[in-house]
Design a protein around this ligand. Structure first.
Ligand SMILES: [Zn+2]
Length: 60
């Protein structure tokens, strides 16, 4: 999880947090290549699903 602090949460590329925009919903960095793309939306959905599963039942 610590990687999210300075990596694009969509593609995992290392980013400069000082100059990188953040996803408003999660406050996570998104690089310019992923910002506003379908990939970003998909990553958001995956995160939401992961959270929901983790909190609700913890099963995989
Ligand atoms: Zn990216």
């Amino acid at each position: 999880m610590a990687d999210f602090a300075n990596h694009c949460f969509v593609c995992g590329k290392e980013v400069d947090v000082q100059t990188t925009e953040k996803n408003a919903q999660f406050n996570l960095p998104v690089c310019t290549e992923c910002k506003g793309t379908d990939k970003e939306k998909k990553a958001v959905e995956d995160l939401l699903e992961g959270m929901a599963e983790g909190f609700v039942c913890g099963c995989i």
